[in-house]
Design a protein around this ligand. Structure first.
Ligand SMILES: [Zn+2]
Length: 374
């Protein structure tokens, strides 16, 4: 063996040792970032129908490929069937609360509530960057439960006020959602405009998601839908500049009062998660779940021909509607059965079996190596 070969062999051995060391370390490694995806009303039947409608194959979504899966109970403190307020509060704070409450719990005294610290606030307090993106209104209960504390989800003036008066850190760094006209009305009551109020708090404010691209802090409020992938790519590019890490919550509405629209959103969010999985680092915990399920069911359909065509043909029949037909039917609204929680990345292995939705708060916290405060 020449000296060169010998050196090369030693180097190769050292590299293998290093690699195996890295690999075993990677398993135990803590997460630097957490991305929480909420399919709002995206229960198992909705994922099932949404996936088949999109691909004419079962279990064909990216979500279906996530390695750790559990079933999360969504019941609230006072109801078997939750609303988004109590459902998201449980995930963000680890506490069950009454329906319509937002990251606040009843104190026992009539009408009084106490604020409960959210995972986003834990992140802000520790200097991480944070983002909230939704295709619903930014003050709606699900996004609000990441940063606001109110006893009644309809209190949008107070939710907008708290958006710019954070209890920890400097508040949500990147906000993208709808409700532009609502923001104007709410800030008018404080004798200001969203433009002035967000600028004073250090945000770039606008209607175009492209403004996120060169702003460390941005608030994009719109009244119209937007393309999710460019928006989320720009958001992650900004948040990832923080060496301490980031927390991003993305909510996509999957209510299926209009089944085609809601199931289209399943595909849209799934493509977004697939794309983000390609750009977010391996030190990122991915968690997908729903705040509650919904009364949609696959009720029929023949394999071997596109489901979308079968649904359209069915709905075109006299006396048949888009929610009452033999292919995809909808009964009522929110429902009480467990929803899927699917995870990948550091800390994802804690997602398995049946558990209460409050467990997801613990999963995120322990992935970051943080202790819950009492
Ligand atoms: Zn909801």
């Amino acid at each position: 063996m020449t000296a060169f070969q010998k050196t090369r062999r030693i180097l190769a051995g050292a590299a293998a040792l290093l690699l195996s060391g890295t690999a075993s370390h990677a398993v135990a490694q803590e997460a630097r970032n957490v991305i929480l995806f909420i399919g709002d009303a995206g229960g198992l039947p909705t994922l099932n129908a949404g996936g088949i409608l999109a691909n004419d194959k079962p279990q064909s979504l990216f979500i279906h490929s996530m390695p750790y899966v559990g079933l999360s109970d969504t019941s609230s403190l006072n109801q078997w069937v939750t609303d988004s307020g109590a459902g998201m509060t449980a995930i963000m704070t680890g506490r069950k609360t009454n329906n319509a409450m937002v990251s606040a719990v009843p104190t026992g005294q009539a009408g009084a509530v106490a604020s409960v610290k959210t995972f986003l606030e834990y992140a802000e307090q520790r200097g991480l960057s944070t983002g909230v993106m939704t295709n619903m209104k930014i003050w709606d209960a699900t996004p609000a439960a990441t940063f606001a504390h109110v006893g009644a989800r309809k209190d949008k003036d107070e939710i907008f006020r708290q958006m710019l008066k954070p209890r920890f850190g400097d508040g949500v760094d990147i906000l993208i959602g709808k409700g532009r006209a609502d923001a104007a009305a709410s800030f008018a009551k404080q004798q200001t405009t969203p433009e002035q109020a967000f600028a004073a708090a250090g945000y770039r404010y606008g209607e175009d998601t492209a403004i996120v691209r060169d702003a460390a802090r941005a608030a994009v409020l719109r009244d119209a839908d937007f393309a999710p992938i460019p928006a989320v790519e720009a958001t992650i590019a900004q948040l990832a500049r923080n060496p301490k890490g980031y927390f991003l919550m993305v909510e996509w509405d999957m209510h299926t009062d209009d089944p085609k629209k809601g199931l289209g959103h399943v595909r849209e969010m799934d493509e977004m998660i697939r794309r983000i999985s390609q750009i977010a680092g391996k030190d990122t915990l991915f968690l997908f779940t729903a705040d509650h399920s919904f009364g949609l069911r696959m009720s029929g359909g023949t394999r071997g021909e596109p489901l979308a065509g079968q649904y359209d043909a069915e709905v075109a029949k006299p006396g048949v509607t888009d929610t009452t037909n033999d292919v995809i039917s909808v009964h009522g609204g929110h429902t009480g059965e467990e929803v899927i929680a699917a995870a990948s990345g550091p800390g994802a292995d804690k997602v398995h079996g049946f558990f209460p939705n409050t467990r997801l708060f613990d999963v995120m916290l322990s992935a970051m190596g943080w202790k819950p405060e009492k």
